[in-house]
Ligand binder design. Structure first.
Ligand code: HEC
Length: 156
């Protein structure tokens, strides 16, 4: 096992453990704050995916350093998803696209987080080779793991 695989494995275990301790929001106010933080994490993820998608499609100039930076950030942000989705807001009237399943199907949600964690780690590794074709494929791989979770856990 190389270092990335090893740390991904350990973190998958940690993510699962964190999700197991999910708690219901204590009040409407708490639910609103938790929702805002949760959405902030995904907004940040998207702000890093945007330029990567642009490069994969040839709309943004190809830039290895930028790719490494965005891949690293997405990877780091993937570690935050479990924590920032811990608070169950499903019983409150918050403005959210998160489906109740996020708090009902914890193991599957953890798997989807792990998919994003792995695909972004893979992109980090492939970026080092400088192989444009492989990098574009790896960017596509990251994009697939976004959709893979949204299909199940997010409203359209
Ligand atoms: C493990 C599941 C999961 C993964 C992986 C995931 N998302 Fe999401 N995403 C969600 C959920 C759930 C929401 C709904 C959050 C809410 O509205 O409370 C969401 C919301 C969003 C939003 C809307 C945020 C807002 O301000 O309301 C964007 C943009 C987004 N995701 C982009 C991405 C991108 C880009 C990726 C991949 C790089 C990604 N997501 C990966 C589950 C995921």
């Amino acid at each position: 096992m190389n270092l990335i695989t090893k740390s991904t494995f350990v973190c998958t275990l940690l993510l699962t453990a964190t999700l197991a301790t999910a708690e219901t929001a204590k009040s409407e106010k708490h639910a609103k704050q938790a929702t805002e933080l949760r959405q902030s994490v995904f907004s940040l993820i998207r702000s890093n995916m945007g330029p990567l998608g642009g490069m994969a499609k040839g709309k943004v100039a190809f830039d290895i350093e930028a790719i490494e930076k965005h891949a690293l950030r997405i990877n780091q942000l993937s570690y935050m998803i479990a924590d920032y989705t811990r608070t169950d807001t499903s019983k409150f009237s918050v403005k959210t696209e998160a489906l109740d399943k996020v708090w009902q199907e914890k193991d599957l949600f953890a798997e989807k987080i792990a998919d994003l964690n792995k695909s972004s780690a893979h992109l980090m590794a492939v970026a080092k080779t400088g192989n444009e074709g492989e990098i574009k494929k790896a960017i596509g791989g990251v994009g697939k793991t976004c959709g893979g979770c949204h299909d199940v856990f997010k409203k359209d």
